[in-house]
Design a protein around this ligand. Structure first.
Ligand SMILES: Cc1cc2ncn([C@H]3O[C@H](COP(=O)(O)O)[C@@H](O)[C@H]3O)c2cc1C
Ligand SMILES: O=C(O)c1cccnc1
Length: 347
């Protein structure tokens, strides 16, 4: 995993200044397009292009199972993970529909569901195991498994780069994965599980309180986690979260902008940024999940997402929903006339 410490690219400062300058010259009061302006300027700097674009989107969903489901932390049974992999492949999931709407490429990487889904169209097998160990009682994974999962993320990004994607969206599928996501956030932020555990797929208040207890017990087994992001990922994470972390670091190494999705992907982003702070420059945060603990993670990352739609699905669905906004931002940036072009008087 030496690649983890490879140098990150840095967004182009000259293009950022040029894009900012252009925004000031477009026929509108400066700043009047609000965050659409920021996003176009950031994309221009990240893509190293005077004409930012969000047309060619690569969506990769990482799917895996979680031993901690045995502790009763999800409203849904574990077999749903592999059933949803089949649903992605058949085109019936929310993200399948969104990918079609956006004309985005969609692939699924199986990083370790409990049962092997076998060969399916659009599903790549990079299995690190048959689900993680139960983080309530043991380390979630071994170092070897962590490396397989993180490499799976890197490989997906290299492919996205090869197909000249403008933007990378990572999605998650794994019943129980709001628990490792919360565990990671608690460990890295020194937060209390009571504040970060939420209903996920639909636990009631009693279920949420049980989940917080499971998290509390899991966290008690470790010390000094705040300064050890890789250990946090290995002991308290999941294969798909590790793959997403690897993918985000890889995007920063390749200079590929990322649209971060919701709760689970933000936990992966948190690990990536703790490992390599420069990753943050490549992340655009798409939406605020309805999962209550998302807010704390976003605040820790000093991130203000574009949308707040009450979504809490995962799969990359929140990020995909924000893509039209990025397209609008790019079209405005690239297509509007300047004051000089249009002969409009400046203020
Ligand atoms: C049918 C279905 C489709 C999903 N797609 C994403 N998730 C989301 O919900 C799960 C996390 O919530 P929890 O920790 O409560 O299990 C993950 O699989 C996540 O991707 C789904 C969940 C279900 C049930
Ligand atoms: O925001 C998310 O990513 C999320 C929230 C609940 C369940 N699954 C995913």
């Amino acid at each position: 995993m030496e690649w983890l410490s490879n140098t990150l690219k840095v967004p182009d400062v000259a293009l950022q200044s040029a894009a900012l300058e252009r925004q000031m010259q477009l026929t509108k009061p400066p700043g009047s397009l609000g965050r659409l302006e920021d996003v176009a300027v950031r994309l221009s700097a990240m893509q190293g292009s005077e004409k930012p674009s969000a047309e060619k989107i690569n969506i990769t969903i990482f799917a895996a199972d979680h031993g901690v489901v045995a502790a009763g932390v999800s409203a849904f049974p574990q077999e749903v993970t592999v059933q949803m992999v089949a649903n992605f492949s058949a085109g019936g999931a929310a993200i399948s529909v969104l990918a079609k709407t956006l004309g985005a490429s969609l692939q699924v990487v199986d990083v370790g569901t409990v049962t092997d889904p076998g060969t399916m169209p659009g599903v790549i097998s990079r299995r690190a195991g048959h689900g993680t160990g139960n983080l309530h009682k043991q380390d979630a994974m071994t170092s070897e498994q962590l490396a397989i999962a993180m490499n799976a993320g890197r490989e997906a990004v290299l492919q996205a780069k090869e197909m000249a994607a403008d933007l990378f969206i990572g999605g998650d599928m794994g019943i129980g994965n709001t628990t490792p996501a919360a565990a990671i956030a608690c460990a890295l932020l020194g937060a209390d599980p009571v504040d970060l555990a939420g209903p996920g797929t639909g636990l009631d208040a009693e279920g949420v309180s049980h989940k917080a207890q499971v998290l509390q017990q899991a966290l008690q087994r470790y010390e000094g986690l705040e300064s050890e992001p890789l250990k946090v990922l290995r002991c308290l994470g999941g294969f798909e979260i590790a793959a997403l972390t690897g993918a985000y670091i890889s995007c920063a190494q390749q200079g590929l902008p990322v649209l971060v999705d919701g709760y689970i992907t933000t936990a992966a982003a948190l690990v990536a940024v703790k490992l390599q702070p420069g990753v943050k420059d490549w992340l655009i945060f798409s939406h605020r999940s309805a999962e209550p603990g998302h807010k704390a993670m976003l605040e820790a990352l000093d991130a203000e997402p574009l949308l707040d739609m009450g979504m809490r699905l995962g799969e990359g669905s929140g990020a995909a929903t924000a893509v039209p906004m990025l397209r609008v931002a790019c079209d405005l940036h690239n297509g509007m006339a300047t004051f000089a072009d249009a002969g409009v008087a400046e203020g």
